[in-house]
Design a protein around this ligand. Sequence first.
Ligand code: GAL
Length: 841
Amino acid sequence: MGFQPTMKTTTTSLVFFLVSLLPLATCSVSYDSRAIIINGQRRILISGSIHYPRSTPQMWPDLIQKAKDGGLDVIQTYVFWNGHEPSQGQYYFEGKYDLVGFIKLVKQAGLYVNLRIGPYVCAEWNFGGFPVWLKYIPGISFRTDNEPFKAAMAGFTSKIVEMMKAEGLFESQGGPIILSQIENEFGPVEYEIGAPGWAYTQWAANMAVGLGTGVPWVMCKQDNAPDPIINTCNGFYCDNFYPNQPYKPKMWTEAWTGWYTEFGGAVPHRPVEDLAFSVASFIQKGGAFINYYMYHGGTNFGRTAGGPFIATSYDYDAPLDEYGLLRQPKWGHLKDLHRAIKMCEPALVSGNPTITWLGNYQESHVFESQSGACAAFLANYDQKTFAKVAFQGMHYNLPPWSISILPDCKNTVFNTARVGVQTTQMIMTPVSNDGFSWVSYNEETASYDDDSITTVGLLEQINVTRDVTDYLWYMTDVTIDPDEEFLKNGKYPVLSVLSAGHALHVFINYQLSGTVYGSLEDPKLTFTGNVNLWAGSNKISLLSIAVGLPNVGSHFETWNAGVLGPVMLNGLNEGRRDLSWQKWSYKIGLKGEALQLHSLSGSSSVEWVEGSLVAQKEPLTWYKTTFNAPAGEDALALDMGSMGKGQVWINDQSIGRYWPAYKADGSCTNCSYSGTYDEKKCQTNCGESSQRWYHVPRSWLNPTGNTLVVLEESGGDPYGISLVRRTVGSVCADVSEWQPTLKNWHIKVYGRPERPLRPKAHLSCAPGQKISSIKFASFGTPQGVCGNFWEGACHAHKSYDAFETNCVGQQWCFVTISPEVFGGDPCPNTMKKVAVEAICQ
Ligand code: GAL
């Protein structure tokens, strides 16, 4: 399915030539102030980001289907230049990089595509998506009015546009792509660099529009985006954003569903009540397009993580978790929100809302169409208290920091803070009790050989490695006079090494003497330590490690990595010796990398040791084992908790960098959904590994004889590694007796109910599982959260009965929230709810 530059070129160019003659100017996608207009239909569109190389092609259909089931209309993705053109002029569109295949699957599912070509993408992706070779084009300067850069950018952008046209993928050709993006958040950079920045913006806009895609272009975070390009907003909230012209729609290209994890950082979470609140407030203020960034974050396989220090997991606390499983209640609550918004669509696209204050912190936004449609949003901005408001002759109860949606201006079908869907708790359980049986191979602690380069002074790392590997050895010799005092008094000299980053292992005479590393906030590092030198010649070998190239920041292409010095030895008879300007030898990558030990063919090139000789807690060790794929379809991961830092492969495919030894620094306090969110507000894992589990895609496994290879840098216990399944452990419902139901939707579909519709507590284990027991159930005033509920002052004594009868032994069940179901009202005139936790097995 992918673009093949070789055989197909002639046909492709012919098709492209013919397609380019089509009258693309009659666009079928346009816009006005209130809507994106597709084939004459005015739409409010809900979109979600799924980056194709962050999952496997085998996962794509399921991810796209779950996005559709979650109520999305559009899938948004960046295009990853460095994945598609790994070396200049050599294109790659296969496997995870089969862009055309991905877009066709989205089309098959009946969804649209928002294609963010960039080609700068940021995205916590290595080097922001730029190929590293780009940096070495003579005279180049990134993202400014620079001819070599503009030529390269125009080349790649038109290559992608032509590919899409050749496949008929733009909406103007009957395809799914309704919007494209050029650049990414260039506004702040332009502000910083001034005139050349503005010249570049105009050039980029003209270049993009000149490609004649027949669908609109957007520029995100670019307040001065030239017409006809639409400027859009990215952020946790965008309700106060407005486009730069009254005839452009209000668009939110990145509604952040969570945030990324960095090695050394805590894991961020964004409560869905606040996410839904931010979306509802964007829509009530006239928003026409919203995209969840990310809807599925996925995995930074291989060495694709940017940074430095971006973790391998790009889970993002997205509605679909890293493994592609539903994250509940996030996925379901947003699905309910989307259904409510869709019910309002006819009124929403009709004009601007009428806004009325209903109280100090309460407001209504009412949309009315000429044909009589009416939709209302009732907002309570108060962070602490419930509000009772009067609206069009009725009373409404609004929880703190919430918005109710009334698609007919009467019935509340949704409130952002009242979650009606279940919470799912996932568990990771070892596939078997038997550990892996390992063989090991000790990597060489660098010595000079034919591949090494020798020069005077210290070299910048990326200039030497061109980022083909994380590793660069810096090696030098130090001669110690037998008369040195320290040889007698044992006060060893102190070595100090300054590095621009990102991590460093120091070896003295082939023994690991220490490890230091920086962080995303400050990649620089200093090693200072006593070193055990002997009389005569000593070898100092510094293994400098890059942990992903920066993807953001001003002039990030100029950021350095590696040991730039000074390198000093203190405490000698002469006092201090500066080693920075002596002869240094360099070796790119590890020996095991050159031998391709991670591959089937390569791994037979060395002798692995077995049994009791297998290395443990030793630095620079390769480990290998084989295993059979566990039965079933459960998502799989490797628990790397016993290891330090390194990389891991299965059947030649790189799972990515692992680094459980880097513990999360941060504050993990209790978090309330209410009030303005930022990425530090709700975190977990403080003091634990930032990332312990590493996704093993099912499709990478054969039924038997899979090869697992681990490269450990600093020393770990391979017998602690296990393959685990990710499954649903338990499900909870926490539903108020006031939970809005989709009443008027029900009336439309089924007719008026005989009795008032009561909310229900729904519970559902994964397919193939059953509810084995009810861990907790209380109708009354229960407290706590899923996993840790307790009874409140009011508790119906028959709370368990209803769930035990209806649910145990079933895959899914529901119980109506009504006093008679629980043996009568335990506390009349008190607002009650049901909290329940059921175990899935
Ligand atoms: C945005 C950027 C995205 C991503 C995001 C953080 O500013 O456009 O590419 O980096 O931040 O996850």
